[in-house]
Design a protein around this ligand. Sequence first.
Ligand code: NDP
Length: 490
Amino acid sequence: MAIEIRNPATGEIVGRVTAATAEEVAKAVDSAREAQVRWRLLPFSERARVIRRFHDLILDRRQIVLDTIQSETGKSRRDALAELVTVAGTARYYLANGAEHLKVKRRSPAVPVLTSAEIVYKPHGVVGLITPWNYPFLLGVGDALPALLAGNAVVGKPSEVTPLSAVLARELLIESGLDPDLFSLVHGSGEVGTRLINHVDYVGFTGGTVTGRKVAVAASERLIPYSLELGGKNPMIVLSGAPLEAAAKGLTVGAFSNAGQTCISIERVYVEQAVYEEFAKRLAEQTAALRLGWSKSWDLDIGSMISREHAEKVLGRIRAATDAGARALAGGDARPDLGPAFVQPTVLTDVTDEMPISTEETFGPVVSLYPVRNAEEAIARANRSEFGLNASVWAKGSQAQEIARRIETGSAVMNSTLLIYNSFDVPMGGVKLSGIGRRHGEQGILRYTQAQSIVGSPATGGGYDAMLSLVRSQRMADALVWLLRLWRRL
Ligand code: NDP
């Protein structure tokens, strides 16, 4: 069955893919499995050569990459560039550090000198990556790079709304020298994702919490490992003494880039009472100055949302809040003059904790401001959420760090908002309903491996197991106990 892909900003058909049948999903995994047997035997440097070429190629072909991302998502050129920059950064990071993360690690053995212990990291085999529509290039290929470098094959299931960026990424990987069977794609709805889980050896899922639960159940049924990168209701804290103009500017990026359709987007802002009015005023001014629209030029800040349905859902949330007493300091409406799915970047005040907009993920360009008495109240309210993905803290000096450490999220950013996504040497992921597992850093590549422990003892004398049988008298047992005491002191 053919799936038509449309630009949500213009309604124009921009491409087609074919939905995979059950047999095609099984065949893609079988072929991947065969190719992986050869790939895993290559030294890291050989696998890295392909990824290095891919890194350079996506930069050389940036125009087509950006055009493709923009045409299937309706996002701005700058938001598309953010995807390219992050994929290049992921490749660069794992090219520089992957071998070190994957190398055999010597560990303390059972008996020093006499025995040995080491950990070997082995690829799972075939990794299934199920990804959403909001960052189709970044999520479509970014997580595949460490999986491939670790010696796995990958079968991706992109969102059926935005498969074209992943298709392009695959073509560029093949042009970089990758065996086509090592990174294949199966297209279609969630059902295709479920089928994929039934065949692969590891599932990396990025998407909503409701779907994430289903993926966890399906993977658990097969007892295969998985990671879930899910949604968020990310808080920001602004305290008196923070640079208000910079914080307002940072928030326009943190809340409105990608039309707010980012897992780590800021949706709740707790502002110390003393600076609330001033901060709200600056934020409203900066928000009103943002330029909306869709084109391939660089002078627009915010593009379309992914679909009319999603835009309507977000507008419905805004309306429910304003009907219940919230006020829009900026935005609050659709922009049908620009296209069917444009929503003005919106700043809400007088929002109460009972309104769904303050607890449920909106995934749109809407941010709510809440006045708080002090840092303690800000921390308590920031933590009062069933999500725990990312947080942002704007405060003076060491106060920002102290607060960041008390926030119950997988990551916290000081005096910035989305910085975590480009901090490749630290793990990124969620706690609570925001997920299980981490991307980036050492964990971001080791998750694609099974740790095998290899321990040994001298070949003579029946090995370590036989050592205890040498104890044949009370004196020998006492001597052994004496040795254990000495060992602890050493
Ligand atoms: P969904 O959870 O609806 O979909 C994600 C992917 O899963 C899509 O490819 C979808 O296919 C597929 N899928 C749907 N049902 C199943 C199923 N039963 N089994 C297997 N796969 C299935 O998320 P959205 O696409 O709506 O994306 C938005 C969500 O993603 C937000 O909640 C956002 O916070 C989260 N997200 C999290 C990130 C993170 O790193 N933590 C990053 C980016 C987004 P199809 O769409 O074709 O139906």
